[in-house]
Design a binder for this molecule. Structure first.
Ligand SMILES: [Zn+2]
Length: 62
């Protein structure tokens, strides 16, 4: 029916892969500073970025 990617969770928007590669995101967890491949964003809000270890923190922004 739709070409949209599967939803990760209600209210969560997957950040397109192109955008993930285009920018060098850093984990927002205090004092971490690792590369952050996991983006969390509500519609019409800036995404928040976290590394593998801290991606659970992204739930706070969903
Ligand atoms: Zn981190």
């Amino acid at each position: 029916m739709s070409d949209e990617p599967a939803r990760l969770a209600e209210g969560m928007t997957a950040v397109p892969r192109e955008r993930q590669r285009a920018e060098n995101h850093v984990c927002e967890h205090g004092g971490c500073g690792l590369r952050a491949p996991f983006g969390f964003a509500r519609p019409k809000q800036k995404p928040h970025w976290f590394c593998l270890a801290h991606r659970a923190d992204g739930d706070l922004y969903l």
